[in-house]
Design a protein around this ligand. Structure first.
Ligand code: TXA
Ligand code: MG
Length: 344
């Protein structure tokens, strides 16, 4: 059921039911953090493996502090500057946070979302809400209430907050202490990038170092949330060179597609067929903020066209730093990337 009734949403959460919530990034599938059955239900409903931890959504910094056992000045400063907003901070968890939420990790991801309806909801519930994106595991994230409804057959209460403003998931920043030195690692790219974080922290004279290497491509879980495939539409997405010519290169493309071996879970979602006849092009704005907002909705509507594949032409500007977060998602959503960076 799609509704704008925040009071009812709050009641349902307090009774241990799941509610889909709007955020500025994507819609989330939420449960109160103190309701173990509801938390389990998130994983079951999403068909998400229990090893993939949930992000905890808080109403303010004080509530965030109740979820963690360490709240360094760096976290305080970042929260002051970027919250409410699309930045998740990963810090050592407090006793309030169960292993079900963190998948047994000793850390928890917390963020304060910016959407006014969810902000009001968090105030009414007076408890943090655990919420992953409201899609089936591995698939395209929802940026409209109707997307959430189309994902699940269950009777789900969906709080309708319109189209998501940012359109891609929050940036995830892990903060650790290594030999007395603060270390930062961007586990997931998002709207807020390393440069913006540096700007805020260097301005306040913080001393810290960046740790990289979190983006190895692997079918196995290197670290949570870092799999090679994710965000996949129900029709295979293929990334091609800007000059790709369907008529001349269709046979070559078919050969490439025939050679693709997706891991079993993803093959069920986006396995290409052996005789492609039609394609739909995914065309995004050249302006990255707008493109991020369009990305998932456009992927979904392209897939709805019952086409054999979705084509995305990779241009040189797509490889610039302002496109990194979108490019990361396109790459993971793609069944095949048939383009050489060098030749662009
Ligand atoms: O914008 C967002 O972050 C959205 C909205 C709903 O808030 N949420 C979201 O949740 O994208 P989800 O579950 O789809 O992605 C969260 C990612 C997962 O890949 C998970 O592995 C990672 O965050 N994560 C959660 N807790 C973590 C932790 N303690 N350490 C490392 N990664 C963590
Ligand atoms: Mg997700």
């Amino acid at each position: 059921m799609i509704s704008t009734d925040i009071q009812t949403a709050a009641q349902k959460l307090l009774q241990g039911q799941l509610v889909a919530i709007p955020t500025e990034t994507v819609y989330g599938l939420a449960a109160c953090i103190d309701q173990p059955e509801a938390l389990k239900n998130i994983f079951l409903t999403k068909q998400r493996p229990f090893f993939d931890p949930l992000i905890v959504h808080v109403s303010d910094r004080a509530q965030a502090q109740s979820c963690v056992s360490w709240w360094p000045k760096v976290a305080q400063t970042l929260a002051e500057n970027f919250w409410p907003g699309p930045l998740t901070l990963v810090l050592p968890k407090s006793d309030q946070i169960s292993d079900l939420i963190t998948s047994g990790l000793q850390t928890v991801g917390v963020r304060c979302p910016r959407h006014p309806m969810t902000h009001k909801l968090l105030e009414l519930v007076q408890k943090p809400l655990a919420a992953p994106s409201a899609n089936k595991f591995g698939r395209t994230s929802p940026t409209l209430a109707a997307h959430v409804q189309s994902e699940f057959t269950e009777d789900l209460f969906i709080l309708d907050g319109g189209a998501c403003d940012v359109g891609i998931e929050s940036s995830i920043l892990q903060i650790t202490l290594n030999h007395e030195k603060i270390q930062l690692q961007l586990l997931r790219q998002g709207h807020i990038d390393q440069q913006q974080i540096d700007q805020v922290l260097l301005d306040k004279n913080f001393s810290y170092e960046w740790s990289h290497g979190g983006f190895e491509n692997s079918d196995q879980l290197v670290a949570p949330g870092q799999m090679r495939h994710h965000y996949m539409p129900s029709v295979p997405l293929v990334i091609v060179h800007p000059d790709f010519d369907w008529k001349k290169q269709k046979q070559d493309l078919q050969q490439k597609l025939d050679a693709v071996i997706l891991p079993e879970d993803f093959a069920k979602i986006s396995q290409p067929n052996t005789n492609i006849q039609s394609y739909t092009e995914l065309i995004l704005s050249e302006e990255p903020h707008l493109a991020a907002r369009q990305l998932y909705a456009y992927l979904r509507s392209a897939a709805d066209k019952k086409t054999d594949i979705i084509l995305f032409r990779c241009q040189k500007f797509h490889l610039s730093s302002s496109w990194q977060a979108i490019w990361e998602r396109l790459s993971k959503a793609a069944t095949l990337k048939w383009t050489e960076r060098r030749s662009l």
